[in-house]
Design a protein around this ligand. Structure first.
Ligand code: ZN
Length: 291
């Protein structure tokens, strides 16, 4: 099976858990944006969290994550929905540093540590849910552990990782887990989880060794019950028609001056890197349909 995630419970229902393998979607986004290694790791970790947070939603609900840490990567944006459809981009994909003193990609240096992470969930209500928390380490996993604690009041353990081939920059393995304590979790269960998480090797290494999301949860929890499995796929929501609608929405005056001054338009989708080109007759056609 390609990329997928699972929703599960552990310890007799005292905790809920998510685990995901995202290797192929992270590689697809990496290729679309020609990302360098540290940027791929930062994007892939964020995308993996977004996919698992998407699995906390239902129906048509969807969410957007934005991380602005003040580092050279700029901002990281990832979007996901309850159907396992994800997309992501970073402001500057060409970011790479030497490995840090732990021999890992220096994600913190790329992301920065001065800023916030923002979560917006469209739950079909009039106002979207908005949450945010300060960035604590810029390593993404720790930042979301902190986010869940302070913004959603849910004690959680978040582990995410991306393994990149230094030769050709290809993503070899990506994935992660989120463990969340439910109200009334006994202290001995919390202690066990803390011990297991502390002993766990890098999650990207486990994925690289071929462990499934199920097997990763079994390393952290006892009595794992898988509630559902879902495929994770890259999907962008842009289309030529949507860009046409945006150009239409500029209004006759602005579009006419664009035709006169530039004679064409090129609109670029940040998420999938697709470029939409409109020549003069195409723009005139759109302008002629504006009332
Ligand atoms: Zn797109």
């Amino acid at each position: 099976m390609s990329d997928y995630l699972i929703r599960a419970t552990g310890f007799g229902g005292h905790v809920r858990a998510f685990a995901a393998r995202t290797t192929e979607v992270v590689e697809e986004i990496r290729r679309r944006h020609d990302m360098w290694n540290t940027a791929s790791a930062a994007m892939g970790r964020t995308l993996t969290v977004s996919a698992m947070m998407g699995a906390m939603l239902k129906g048509e609900e969807h969410l957007s994550i934005k991380i602005k840490g003040g580092g050279p990567i700029g901002q990281i944006v990832a979007e996901a929905n309850a159907k396992g459809e994800v997309r992501a981009y970073v402001t500057n994909p060409h970011v790479h540093f030497e490995l840090n003193d732990k021999g890992k990609l220096d994600v913190s240096r790329a992301v920065g540590t001065e800023g916030f992470l923002y979560v917006v969930k469209d739950l079909g209500l009039r106002e979207p849910y908005q949450g945010s928390s300060p960035i604590v380490s810029g390593e993404i996993g720790e930042d979301f552990t902190y986010y869940f604690a302070v913004s959603e009041q849910t004690p959680s353990a978040v582990g995410v990782g991306v393994l990149v081939n230094p030769e050709d920059r290809a993503v070899i393995a990506a994935g992660g887990f989120i463990i969340q304590l439910l109200p009334g979790t006994p202290d001995e269960v919390i202690e066990k989880i803390e011990q297991h998480v502390a002993k766990l090797p890098q999650v990207s290494r486990l994925i690289g060794e071929g462990l499934s999301p199920e097997q990763i949860l079994e390393r952290v929890l006892e009595d794992v019950k898988v509630l559902s499995r879902q495929e994770i796929v890259f999907k962008c929501t842009c289309s030529e028609q949507k860009i046409r609608d945006i150009l239409h929405g500029l209004g006759k005056e602005e579009l006419t001056s664009m035709i006169e001054e530039q004679g064409e338009a090129e609109v670029h989708c940040h998420f999938c890197n697709q470029r939409y080109h409109f020549d003069k007759p195409a723009l005139q056609d759109i302008a002629s349909k504006i009332e």
